[in-house]
Design a protein around this ligand. Structure first.
Ligand code: ADP
Length: 406
């Protein structure tokens, strides 16, 4: 019987899952889905790999299923799905691996305890990421579980890139730049050789532009710097997050506007970014379709800040050979890619407009010094590969690269 790996990505109000089946030397998506609105109006949907709906259920308004109930529903759905497959393990997306975890790790109750210590570093995500691990350890102790971290890929950053200019004692205590979206960057680094061998062996900036957005500098496939820092609110403006701001603004809001920590948390995570500046929407599609000048301002600011960060990351790399666009906006918005490439013309990017309109994958002309690419990310597959590798069926880099080419 073929083996399967379940990938779980649990947030505060949703649990997303993907089931991968072993096919030859790699893993192939079998089905994916999610339960959203877990504590308000739960809705479950699952699709096969072609996108056809294979399961759907709503519980109605005001129902609180809890993560517990949501996971139970998922387990009973998967029992049907797993008829011809044997569940070999579960891989979880976990936002924070602290300083300790530079690699995915197999989780037992001891490791789970260690991961709980990082809750203060990511209070909005870490507890929810850990809940399904705890529940499955209790209910299916025979099934191995693996935690894959958003921070781990950036542990290769040089020490200097991790420092805030705060007293050294704080750095030692873990107040430093960690970086996030690491599973996405790791996936892109793993497939880049199949697109551009020169870039893979050189200096590349990857732009992960989704609801959450960040950029990462890759030197020969290893992360050396990124725009996110201690938390995932740093760096670029995002759908609803403000990105980097002067810490003096926070002090001003506390002392002059008497805002509490939780009010400021809501402001910087939920009410800022594209939504805050435009006052219209956090959705890039809505803003690009709008003729409201506030929508235009939000998009202008977004592109301006990407352009500045690109210069900063190119400086960290000491030059630039390629840029790669990925995630919702990066993969789908030719307009944003065009504007970013124009802002990066001084670095040697020359846009091929027709290729950009048809999504590349190469969207730069052969003349430009710096190549530009559109490469869809696949964090779930990265987690599934890590999980399988840790459970003993090593997928070598060679295989990963060959598969990426095909
Ligand atoms: P998440 O970080 O939640 O995984 P995604 O990677 O799915 O987010 O990205 C969501 C963003 O992608 C939204 O801002 C959405 O508007 C944007 N997006 C998706 N398709 C397009 C498109 N065709 N043009 C512009 N933006 C798009």
């Amino acid at each position: 019987m073929a083996q399967a790996i379940l990938v779980v990505n649990a947030g505060s109000s949703s649990i997303k899952f993907s089931l991968f089946a072993e096919r030859g030397s790699d893993l192939e998506l079998d089905c994916r889905g999610q339960i959203e609105g877990i504590s308000t109006s739960p809705h479950f949907i699952a699709r096969d790999r072609a996108g056809a709906i294979i399961g759907e259920r709503s519980w109605g308004e005001g129902v609180n299923l809890g993560h517990d109930g949501a996971l139970e529903h998922l387990r009973s759905f998967l029992r049907g799905e797993l008829k011809d497959l044997q569940l070999a393990g579960v891989g979880h997306r976990v936002v924070h691996g602290g300083l300790e975890y530079a690699e995915p790790v197999r989780v037992d109750s001891e490791v789970l305890g260690a991961l709980k210590k990082f809750i203060p570093l990511a209070p909005l995500h870490q507890p929810h990421n850990l809940t399904p691990i705890r529940l499955l350890l209790e209910r299916m102790p025979q099934v191995p579980q693996v935690a894959c971290f958003d921070t781990a890929f950036h542990r290769s950053n040089p020490e200097i890139a991790q420092w805030f200019a705060l007293p050294a004692e704080m750095h030692e205590a873990g107040v430093r730049r960690y970086g996030f979206h690491g599973l996405s960057y790791e996936y892109i680094a793993s497939v880049l050789p199949g697109f551009d061998a020169g870039a893979a062996a050189g200096r590349t900036v990857v732009l992960h532009l989704g609801n959450g957005a960040s950029m990462c500098a890759l030197d020969r496939g290893r992360s050396v710097a990124s725009t996110m820092g201690f938390t995932a609110v740093d760096g670029l403006p995002m759908g609803t997050r403000c990105g980097a701001i002067d810490p003096g603004v926070i002090l001003y809001l506390m002392s002059e506007r008497k805002m509490t920590a939780s009010a400021i948390e809501k402001l910087v995570y939920k009410q800022s970014g594209l939504l805050g500046v435009s006052g219209i929407s956090s959705d890039m599609r809505t803003l690009l379709a709008s003729d409201d000048p506030r929508a235009a301002l939000a998009v202008d600011l977004y592109v301006y800040r990407i352009g500045r960060e690109l210069g900063s990351l190119a400086a960290a790399l000491g030059g630039l050979d390629a840029i790669v666009f990925t995630a919702g906006i990066g993969e789908n918005s030719a307009a944003i890619r065009e504007r970013v490439c124009l802002a990066a013309a001084w670095l040697g990017v020359e846009l091929d407009a027709a290729a950009n309109d048809s999504r590349g994958p190469r969207i730069s002309t052969a003349r430009g010094r710096v190549s530009a690419w559109v490469i869809p990310t696949n964090e779930e597959l990265m987690i599934a590969r890590h999980t399988r590798r840790l459970l003993g069926n090593a997928v070598t880099n060679q295989e990963v690269r060959l598969n990426a080419k095909g």
